[in-house]
Write a protein that binds this ligand. Structure first.
Ligand code: GLU
Length: 485
């Protein structure tokens, strides 16, 4: 019988949801949904020093924003936070202590540091050397009594099987082997403050929650042999492991770092800038995975359908902000106006630009937008003074045909009645200038566009003129004629 598929995302609430963690959550989600399995969220909050107030809420909220849902979590299940499971860990620790598979360690931080220094100076790989080594039972008892009397609180260490071979067939990387003698000696499973260490707690939790597959970042590879040791000590069956390759910055070729200012790395950033969550979801799903073929735009449902863990990439995933922005623009361009307007509204409102024309303006700029916050700068033309021309625009406007085109177009606009002043009637007025002056193509359109909008590139021209209004369009043309005369 095969085990039911149960996967988990186990964030430590130490800060905002980073793109790397979001990818871990997303691949576990896709794996669970593709195979009809269960997706669990567990909060790993045993590192009290790095604990961030509100970290858990913000993680879950951002996952929800991305469109990820789950079947089990601390919201619906008791004891899905490690801090609530201390008695569970204690029982396992007591069992390991009773069976002699773990022991209390009284060595102090100072002694460990001194030993590490000695090993480094001698060119040895730093490791913990069993403090009881060479002691008789009596000596051992005396050592413990003396340390306890001195008020030294012990940690608990796992007695490592130095001769053991710890091996697994990684879902992403293939076979990986570690020797028991290479992991730095007996390691701490319970800290002085009574909290379990990550490598220990994670095993107890994954076992209790019957996790079948552990899919996480490859920064955890070196932790896996330690975790396998706990499975071995407890006689538990280990889950399958898959370690996803790291995410690199496509510009530097180095591991994505919080110092990379050319990339937005927290999901919260995308949310605040008004990206469509579907676009961010799609982008993250392709970080280290692809379904084959050229197509890159996939809905959540398609990704669930197509997901195949055998296609998880063995080489690093490049985070390319330009690709994300291209994808985001594609989603906004193709989304319905209602959705994009709703996305833009808060930014327009804050800028005092939520006028009766706001929805039309969003429609006008929708094809150009990457994120909704851009709507404010994009609509400057409609709310601010007419901008100075840039060098490229000035060059176009230096052509001798420009005044002829602008004067003719201005006259045509002036001749339109108010009732006629509609987008569909504005194009024919541009065509009319062609007929009147014999000037066509770029020499016709560019000067008109620049005279009205101040820029060579921009949204669709007749609609821009319509939304700007006749008076303002004419005023801009006059201003431009004065500037170039
Ligand atoms: N809390 C760990 C982390 O955030 C989870 C690692 C794991 O998935 O085992 O890195």
């Amino acid at each position: 019988m095969t085990k039911p598929i149960r996967v988990r995302y186990a964030p430590s609430p130490t800060g905002l949801l980073h793109i790397g963690n979001a990818r871990t959550a997303l691949f576990n989600y896709l794996y669970a949904r593709h195979h009809g399995g269960t997706f669990v969220i567990r909060i790993e909050d045993t590192d009290r020093k790095r604990h961030v107030e509100d970290g858990e809420r913000s993680q879950l909220e951002n996952l929800r924003w991305l469109g990820i849902d789950w079947d089990e979590s601390p919201e619906t299940h008791d004891n899905y936070r490690q801090s609530e499971r201390l008695d569970v860990y204690q029982k396992v620790i007591d069992q390991l202590l009773a069976e002699g598979k773990a022991y209390k360690s009284y060595v102090t931080e100072e002694e460990l540091a001194a030993e590490r220094e000695r090993q480094e100076a001698a060119g040895e790989t730093p490791r913990y050397i069993n403090e009881y080594l060479g002691m008789s039972d009596d000596e051992k008892a005396a050592y413990i009594a003396e340390r306890e009397a001195a008020g030294i609180v012990p940690t608990v260490r796992l007695a490592v099987n130095e001769a053991g071979i710890y091996k697994w067939v990684d879902m992403v990387k293939g076979e990986i082997t570690f020797e028991g003698s290479n992991i730095g000696g007996d390691w701490v499973i319970q800290k002085k403050d009574g909290y379990p260490t990550y490598n220990f707690a994670v095993v107890v939790d994954d076992h209790d929650m019957q996790i079948s597959h552990v899919i996480r970042g490859d920064d955890h590879i070196a932790n896996t042999p330690k975790q396998l040791m706990v499975y071995e000590a407890m006689g538990w069956e280990a889950p399958a492991f898959g370690h996803m390759t790291l995410i690199i910055n496509s510009e530097t070729g180095k591991k994505l770092s919080k110092r990379d200012t050319n990339t937005l790395q927290f999901i919260e950033d995308y949310r605040q800038k008004g990206y469509l969550p579907e676009a961010v979801f799609n982008f993250i799903a392709l970080l280290g995975w692809n379904p084959g073929g050229e197509e890159e735009i996939f809905s959540r449902e398609q990704l669930i359908e197509l997901f195949d863990e055998n296609r998880l990439s063995k080489s690093p995933a490049a985070f390319d902000q330009k690709k994300l922005d291209w994808m985001s623009n594609d989603y906004i361009k193709n989304a319905d106006l209602e959705t994009v307007f709703a996305l833009c509204k808060p930014y327009l409102e804050e800028a005092g630009r939520l006028t009766d024309k706001a929805e039309k303006l969003v429609e006008l700029y929708k094809p150009q937008m990457t994120s909704a916050d851009e709507i404010v700068a994009l609509t400057d033309l409609f709310f601010s003074d007419f901008p100075e021309l840039g060098d490229a625009e000035k060059e176009v406007m230096a052509a001798e045909t420009v005044p002829t085109v602008l004067t003719a177009f201005k006259a045509n606009l002036e001749a339109m009645t108010d009732a006629d002043f509609l987008p569909e009637n504005i194009s024919p007025q541009i065509k009319a200038v062609q007929k009147e002056t014999g000037i066509k193509g770029k020499k016709l359109f560019m000067p008109i566009r620049i005279a009205v909008s101040g820029e060579m590139h921009g949204p669709e021209l007749p609609n821009t003129i319509y939304l700007l209004g006749r008076d303002k369009s004419i005023a801009h043309i006059e201003q431009t004629l004065n500037r170039i005369s």
